[in-house]
Write a protein that binds this ligand. Structure first.
Ligand SMILES: NC(=O)c1ccc[n+]([C@@H]2O[C@H](COP(=O)([O-])OP(=O)(O)OC[C@H]3O[C@@H](n4cnc5c(N)ncnc54)[C@H](O)[C@@H]3O)[C@@H](O)[C@H]2O)c1
Length: 337
């Protein structure tokens, strides 16, 4: 097992990574209190049940799977379950699922009695390498993604790559897209690993550790995303536009893969495309580019007529650049058409 420390003063916490470590979860975290384990209908039950078996007084709460359930109605349902279970401020909510369960679970923990402890057991590669750490949580509101939420750090994160065995290849690949993203902006050696190897199950532990180490350093420097943390949004600006355009046909990570391509200098772009192709990620336009761009430009979260983009001219060295929204469209079109 590897242990990584997220250093955030009073809000610091450990991230545990290792095959089979969920079997000994009670040695890593305090389950000797009331515990709600939040999961969704798509996560194999055995995972939440294995955590429940370690609790003296636990209860599983299952919400509907899918992004559609990440809303305030579900928040209300979870809070009701917490209240009915007579949870106090010294009890804990455990998320056992992908980024959806993690985001909404963490948000509920932040709200209940002004904040109770939160542990995260990510069960998708995307959540293991990215969303499980960093403290951004929340839900979608009025069809705008992640508009209502908070910064609320977990008390610990337990990552058992054995939980990933039930994911299909496409889900694994979209998680790898996020790792490729982080390697391109921050870790040239990790990017070369993707270039020189066919990544398989035996590499998950190493890849998760490397990705989280990149994110950890960024979050430690800029917890509330006022500066350098924006580097993690590489590929996401256009990616979100593509996601909103393609009506579920492409996964989030696949949209990020496409969103990275125009944001790279020509030499880096060729290398990226090769890595994406061997990882089974899309590299070709299969969406309405104009519509995607117009969604980016009209995104409610855009600051006036300017937008912060992340550009990679050299592998391992991303930089944040503020451009006019019209300029952003030009950059994308020049690279893709
Ligand atoms: N907070 C952050 O920093 C951050 C960062 C990135 C993404 N996110 C959020 O994460 C969410 C996406 O996360 P995701 O990709 O993990 O999607 P997800 O949580 O919706 O999970 C995808 C699907 O996989 C199923 N699943 C989960 N674990 C499984 C397993 N081990 N075996 C089989 N099926 C399993 C789920 O039931 C679901 O149907 C989005 O809501 C996004 O906004 C948050």
């Amino acid at each position: 097992m590897k242990t990584m420390r997220m250093n955030l003063g009073n809000e610091s916490y450990n991230i545990y990574i290792g095959y089979g470590i969920s079997d000994e979860a009670e040695k890593l975290i305090n389950l000797d209190r009331k515990v709600i384990i939040l999961t969704d209908t798509g996560v194999p039950k055995e995972y939440s049940e294995s955590i429940l078996n370690k609790c003296k007084d636990g209860k599983i709460v299952t919400i509907q799977m899918g992004e559609g359930a990440k809303n305030l109605d579900t928040v209300s349902y979870i809070l009701e379950q917490m209240l009915d279970f007579n949870m106090t401020r010294s009890d804990v909510l455990v998320a056992c699922g992908g980024g959806m369960v993690g985001d909404i679970g963490c948000f509920c923990a932040s709200l209940y009695m002004r904040g109770i402890d939160f542990y995260n057991f990510p069960t998708t590669l995307l959540s293991a390498v990215d969303s499980s750490i960093g403290g951004k949580c929340g839900v979608n509101f009025k069809s705008v993604k992640n508009t209502v939420g908070a910064f609320y750090q977990p008390k610990a994160v337990v990552i058992d790559p054995a939980f990933l065995k039930t994911l299909d290849k496409r889900q694994i690949n979209e998680g790898l897209a996020e790792v490729i993203k982080m390697s391109l902006t921050s870790d040239g050696e990790l990017f070369s690993f993707f270039e020189n190897n066919d990544v398989g199950e035996g590499d998950y532990e190493r890849i998760i550790y490397s990705a989280l180490d990149i994110k950890r350093k960024v979050v430690e420097e800029d917890e509330k995303e006022t500066g350098i943390r924006k580097i993690l949004n590489f590929g996401h600006t256009l990616g979100h536009g593509i996601e909103a355009t393609c009506d579920g046909a492409l996964y989030h990570g696949e949209c990020v893969a496409l969103g990275m391509i125009p944001m790279c200098g020509a030499g880096v772009r060729d290398r990226l495309i090769k890595v994406l192709e061997k990882t089974g990620l899309p590299t070709k336009l299969s969406f309405d580019l104009d519509k995607a761009l117009s969604l980016v430009v009209h995104d409610k979260k855009c600051r006036a007529d300017k937008i912060d983009i992340v550009v990679v001219d050299e592998v391992g060295k991303g930089r944040i650049q503020t451009v006019k929204t019209a300029e952003f469209s030009e950059i994308v079109k020049k690279a893709l058409i």
